[in-house]
Design a protein around this ligand. Structure first.
Ligand code: OGA
Ligand code: NI
Length: 340
């Protein structure tokens, strides 16, 4: 518990164990403000606009692997309540969170710091994190935090809405790729996991990271980023910032969608930089395949002159490899690639 960044960050200097090597530290690339990441309006309902939205999503998913959505149908009140209850969780006194703290890899609902493997970290990450499954709700909710008192009620409502939004976006993606409607609807997106990140103010943001460069192991990720900057996406070798946009969700393509689309969509690498003035709280909802789900390039996407870029694998095989490779995005798909 005393390892949590939030329990000691007021020390004035950054400990050596949080200092990244010069090649991977952000240096002065902390705040490359940019509006390059497309913002897509989901509020347009008519058939003509739907085609346009599908095109916009496909283009953004191919070029960046990232986009933001507005007019997405999740109420502003629920978004605010959710963000507030997550912030309140991290502000609770230590004794109210102690039971949830765990360095055990497989504990389903846990509060931890840095990565899932603190002792194995080369460099520690400047973040604390709360992670738990959200589906099926009736089972999962019993292991969620009991404080703040409204946590379970609000996060239950939120996880349902986030999953609905994710499924809607997956339907638009399947339409854009030319897959059957509902292609992603079953086992491929059955597991829903919440990962709530808390990044306290940092004494030297140029030397450390909140999350190092990675691509999400998910199918699709829906991120509530709040109003504090910190997320950067790697595009053409450059880090571009994702502007916090009120009431928007940040959506990104995970490794599994990269596989199913046979590399038509891009699982984009991203990282989180810290800042020295305000705490930043974000909440990712990962839509993942179930553990035994077979993931493979969609057969209907393989043209006659093309071969599949990956072999079929079980999602749990991928996860095992992802964790073993420490989240290294180049290596995590390597054992599943077909060369030919
Ligand atoms: C993640 C992630 C981004 C952020 O949790 O995988 O990339 O801004 N989070 O917290
Ligand atoms: Ni991520």
């Amino acid at each position: 518990m005393e390892k949590l960044v939030s329990s000691w960050f007021n020390n004035k200097t950054l400990p050596q164990s949080y200092i990244f090597p010069p090649e991977t530290r952000p240096g002065n690339h902390i705040n490359p403000r940019s509006n390059a990441i497309p913002v897509i309006d989901l509020g347009n309902a008519s058939a003509h606009d739907r085609t346009l939205v599908v095109q916009q999503i496909l283009k953004a998913s191919q070029e960046f692997g990232f986009f933001q959505v507005i007019n997405h149908g999740v109420s502003e009140d629920l978004m605010n309540d959710t963000m507030n209850v997550f912030k309140e969780f991290f502000e609770l006194p230590a004794e109210d969170k102690a039971d949830l703290y765990s360095e055990e890899f497989n504990r389903p609902c846990k509060l931890y710091t840095s990565s899932a493997n603190y002792d194995g970290d080369k460099v520690h990450l400047w973040r604390d994190s709360l992670r738990h499954p959200c589906h099926p709700l009736e089972e999962c909710i019993k292991i969620w935090p009991q404080k703040p008192t409204r946590y379970r009620e609000i996060v239950a409502a939120y996880s349902i809405e986030a999953k609905k939004l994710g499924s809607r976006i997956l339907d638009l993606i399947s339409e854009g790729l030319g897959l059957d409607l509902g292609y992603f609807g079953n086992k491929l997106s059955e597991s829903v996991v919440a990962s709530v990140n808390h990044y306290p103010p940092c004494p030297d943001p140029s030397l450390t990271l909140g999350i190092a460069k990675h691509c999400d192991p998910s199918l699709l990720t829906i991120l509530l980023q709040g109003d504090v900057f910190g997320l950067q996406v790697l595009n053409d070798g450059k880090w571009i910032g994702v502007e916090p946009l009120h009431n928007a969700f940040v959506v990104n393509i995970g490794h599994q969608l990269e596989v199913v689309s046979n590399n038509r969509l891009k699982g984009a690498e991203h990282r989180v930089v810290t800042n020295s003035t305000v705490a930043r709280t974000t909440a990712a909802i990962f839509l993942n395949p179930s553990e035994d789900c077979i993931v493979e390039p969609a057969k209907s996407l393989i043209r006659a002159d093309e071969s599949p870029a990956y072999r079929a694998f079980k999602f749990k095989e991928f996860l095992y490899n992802y964790v073993t490779m420490g989240g290294n995005s180049e290596k995590s798909l390597e054992p599943f690639k077909l060369h030919g």
